[in-house]
Design a protein around this ligand. Structure first.
Ligand code: FO1
Length: 336
C-alpha cells in the first residue's frame, strides 16, 4: 500500500515525457488505483515486426529498464543486429537494439497467433515486473499520418526518418473511426476520480486517444459530473521538453506557448500544470476557464517524477473539491 492516495487515476500518455510522469504516478498510487492508457498511433510495421514505441517506452520506464540517454529503447543496449543489417544494405534508420528486438519479435509472434495487443502488453508488463495497468488505447489499428508540405508521411517516417523536418499542415489518425477504444479504457474513464493528460505531445500523443469513438463525449459527461481533467504541459518556456510539439505549434500557425496550449485544450480540461518559467501566463490561462498549478515540471530525477505526480494528483483533488473549473460553472455549484 503506497501512502494514502486512495484515489483512482486514469492517465493518458504518449512517449518519453508521458512515461516519466507515469513512473511518478506508479510510485505514488497502488496498481489498482492507476491505469495508463497509451497512444498507439505511432505503431507501425518495420522489418516485418510490429513496433509499439509508446507502449514500450512506458513499459520500459515503469520497469526501470529505459535507456536513460534516449528515453526510448532499453538500458545497456547493443546494436550488433542493426550493424549487421546495415552491412547487408538493410534499413537502419529506425534503430532497433539487440535486446529491444526480442520485444518486437515476441509481440509479433503473439499477435500473429491471435492475441490482442492489450493481452500481449499485459503479459510483457507482468513479465518485466510492471504491476500498474498499462493499456493500449485500442486493440485496433490506428496509424498517425502527418500531412506536411512534402505530402502525407506515416508517423515514424516523419518523426525518425525525416527528423520532423517537413513542415506540418495537419494530422490524420487513419483507422480511428472504426477503432474501438479498449473496453478497460472506457470502464476506467467511467469510474476514475480524475483524468490526467501526461506531458505528451497534444497533437500526436493525446489527440489520438481522445479521438477514439465515444471517448471525447464520455470525458465531457464525466467532467460535467465533476471529474477533474488535468493536463501537464509539455511546453516549458516556449519549447517542447522533448520532441516536436513546439515546432508543430509554430507550423500550425500558433505560438509555442502554454497559453496557446491552454487554448488548444480549452473546454476539455479543468486544470493545467505549467512550469515556473511560464508563471506569467497563469492569469491568461485562468481567463479561458482553466485553473493552473505553477510548479517545476522538468523531470530529471525519479524524485522529480514522484513530486510532480503528487502535486498533479493533489491539484486534481483540489479541483474535484472546488469543481474542475469547467468555464467556472462547476465551481459555482460546489458548496465546499
Ligand atoms: N526514436 C528515434 O528518434 N530514433 C529511433 O531510431 C527510434 C527507434 C525506436 C525503437 C524502438 C522504440 O520503441 C522507439 C524508438 N524510437 C526512436 C522512439 C519513437 O520513435 C518515438 O519516441 C515515439 O514514437 C514518439 O513518441
Amino acid at each position: 500500500m503506497k501512502e494514502s492516495f486512495d484515489y483512482t487515476i486514469l492517465a493518458f500518455a504518449g512517449g518519453v515525457g508521458g512515461a516519466k510522469l507515469a513512473l511518478g504516478l506508479a510510485g505514488l498510487l497502488d496498481p489498482e488505483h492507476l491505469t495508463i492508457a497509451v497512444n498507439t498511433g505511432d505503431d507501425f510495421e518495420h522489418l516485418g515486426l510490429r513496433i509499439s514505441p509508446d507502449l514500450d517506452t512506458v513499459m520500459y520506464t515503469l520497469a526501470g529498464l529505459a535507456n536513460p540517454e534516449t528515453g526510448w529503447g532499453l538500458i545497456g543496449e547493443s546494436w550488433n543486429s542493426l550493424d549487421a543489417l546495415g552491412r547487408l544494405g538493410g534499413e537502419t534508420w529506425f534503430r532497433l537494439g539487440d535486446r529491444d528486438l526480442a520485444t518486437h519479435i515476441e509481440r509479433t509472434r503473439r499477435l500473429r497467433a491471435g492475441e490482442t495487443l492489450s493481452l500481449v502488453t499485459r503479459h510483457f508488463c507482468r513479465s518485466l515486473g510492471v504491476m500498474a495497468d498499462v493499456i493500449p488505447m485500442t486493440d485496433d489499428p490506428v496509424r498517425t499520418v502527418v500531412h506536411t508540405d512534402e505530402g502525407a508521411l506515416p508517423f515514424q517516417e516523419y518523426f525518425v526518418h525525416r527528423r520532423c523536418e517537413p513542415r506540418v499542415r495537419d494530422f490524420e489518425f487513419a483507422g480511428i473511426t472504426s477503432a474501438k477504444p479498449l473496453p478497460q479504457l472506457l470502464e476506467r474513464l467511467a469510474q476514475a476520480d480524475a483524468l490526467i493528460y501526461c506531458p505528451s505531445n497534444p497533437y500526436v500523443s493525446i489527440a489520438p486517444i481522445i479521438s477514439l469513438p465515444g471517448v471525447r463525449s464520455l470525458i465531457a459527461s464525466r467532467r460535467s459530473a465533476g471529474m477533474p481533467v488535468v493536463a501537464v504541459s509539455p511546453i516549458v518556456g516556449g519549447a517542447a521538453l522533448k520532441g516536436p510539439a513546439a515546432k508543430m505549434m509554430t507550423e500550425l500557425g500558433l505560438e509555442s506557448t502554454v497559453t496557446a496550449l491552454a487554448k488548444h485544450y480549452a473546454g476539455t480540461i479543468g486544470g493545467l500544470v505549467i512550469d515556473r518559467v511560464d508563471a506569467a501566463a497563469a492569469p491568461h490561462i485562468e481567463s479561458v476557464g482553466i485553473r493552473t498549478l505553477v510548479t517545476e515540471t522538468v523531470m530529471k530525477t525519479d524524485e522529480d517524477k514522484m513530486r510532480l505526480a503528487r502535486e498533479t494528483v493533489e491539484f486534481a483533488k483540489s479541483l474535484m473539491r472546488h469543481g474542475d473549473g469547467e468555464t467556472g460553472r462547476q465551481g459555482d455549484k460546489e458548496t465546499d
